[in-house]
Design a protein around this ligand. Sequence first.
Ligand code: SF4
Length: 215
Amino acid sequence: MKKNISIILQILSKKYAIKKIRPHGDGISELILTILSQNTADRNSGIAFARLMNKFNSWENVSNANTQTIKEQIKIGGMSNLKSKRIKKVLQIIKKNNESYDLSFLKKMNREESLAWLTSLPGVGSKTASCVLLFAYGIQSIPVDTHVGRIVKRIGLVETNLAADDVQIALELLLQKKSYGIFHLNLIEHGRKICHAKKPLCNECVINQFCQKIK
Ligand code: SF4
């Protein structure tokens, strides 16, 4: 299995030419963007994030705004009632605990501590926390979103009955740590382009020889 996952990663990396992650260093923006992306398409969450920033201009202003106004800005991302309350609450907790919205202290913790800190926030699960660590600070993680979960189960890299958190643990045992983030990005690309939830394009799939679904 370890050998297969390494070969799968090599093939996908060659096809999609995704070889590196460039962490941007802005943990709080990554956190809010990932909360906005829960159960919606990336395009919509990106628009919701941009509208939030245009309207409020700072996390302090979002934190002090009423939830109805936040809700109006992020409506396009769906579940705006829940997300507006969640975002406001998360910002308030972070400010109260850290006296700022700077999350760069997470880099000084070990990965398990930083994951535990992030997942203690309301509505923040392993996927969201892992996205913050990976994309903001380059701390290797495999966020298991809908694409990653679907593809690794179809291929047979993990049991089909595993919950997302357990899929992440299983995958991280199979891969070298330095490859976690790249694996995540390549699977997302593969899910968007080839291994669709409905009607995957198995005949065009460069890793179909490894896939249990078509055996
Ligand atoms: S063979 Fe089909 S189901 Fe398997 S990974 Fe490729 S596209 Fe997905």
